[in-house]
Ligand binder design. Structure first.
Ligand code: HPA
Length: 278
């Protein structure tokens, strides 16, 4: 099967559609995960666009993921926030899931803040913890589903991009300092991506623990790969919405959303503090 591919021209169409409908020139992209959409409410004097109106954009079909771009001021920075994201498990290609990140890059955005709700695999983690993503395990990519599969457009990025510092060490340090200044506990760890939408079996969780994952989710990694391909700096933050550590806790989407809503104010404060300092 041939993968869906977006040409530079198509990416620029999406970017132009946005640029023509906002007074702002955003420099920071923000992807808000499950239950974390309220953060976008804090963006002042925002221009709001529906994903459904933007050429080529995927529209999330999942509850808790509204599909709006919110562009405006947040803590002294001009941000373009995605209120909700599309996932691979919804049936979109990896290329379409990551098209919004390509579009951000085409708009001149060089920093991406990516958030998600994730299951805690590390037995020290508790539901409600925030985790700085220090690295990821691309399980889905190892199985062949990489958003960069297919012909490479060298004008977008290199054929074989390096993933050594996928999560920018300096931005990570800024997040640590911001958390410290706020008196906020910030865990750190490795995020593993599974395609979903089924949650992990107890054996999956034991496997994830063995390979060194601290948290697991169904997003983020393809977006980060495309961001790095385009030379963007990435800050990744997970909300640990539920603990999986014993391998026997049942998970529900409602629980994940509720944990997201409960933690959204803390995550918002942390992101605002990082933005204010950058
Ligand atoms: N597993 C996978 N994805 C998730 C989870 C989980 O337990 N919680 C939130 N997203």
């Amino acid at each position: 099967m041939t993968d869906e591919l977006f040409t530079r021209t198509e990416i620029e169409q999406s970017a132009q559609y946005i640029a023509q409908r906002t007074q702002y020139k955003p420099t920071i992209g923000l992807i808000l995960g499950s239950g974390l959409s309220p953060l976008a409410d804090e963006i002042a004097a925002a221009d709001v666009l529906d994903y459904g109106d933007i050429p080529n954009f995927p529209v999330s079909t999942v509850e808790g993921h509204t599909g709006e771009l919110v562009i405006g001021n947040l803590s002294g920075q001009v941000v373009l926030a995605m209120r909700g994201r599309a996932h691979y498990y919804e049936g979109y290609s990896m290329q379409r899931v990551t098209l919004p990140v390509r579009t951000m890059r085409a708009l001149g955005i060089e920093t991406l803040v990516v958030t998600n709700a994730a299951g805690g695999v590390n037995s020290d983690f508790r539901a409600g913890n925030l985790m700085l993503i220090t690295d990821h395990i691309n399980l889905v990519g190892m199985a062949g589903l990489n958003p960069l599969r297919g012909p490479n457009d060298d004008s977008l990025g290199p054929r074989f991009p390096d993933m050594t510092h996928a999560y920018d060490p300096a931005l990570g340090e800024q997040a640590r300092q911001a958390a410290k200044a706020m008196g906020l506990e910030l865990r750190e760890g490795v995020y593993a991506m599974l395609a979903g939408p089924s949650y992990e079996s107890p054996a999956d969780i034991r496997f994830l623990q063995m390979i060194g994952a601290d948290a697991v989710g169904m997003s983020t990694v393809p977006e980060v790969i495309v961001a790095r391909h385009g030379g963007m700096r990435v800050l990744g933050l997970s909300l640990i919405s539920n603990s999986l550590a014993t391998g026997h806790e049942k998970v529900s989407h409602e629980e994940v959303l509720a944990a997201g809503r409960a933690a959204a104010p803390r995550l918002a404060e942390l992101i605002k503090c990082v933005l204010a300092g950058s």
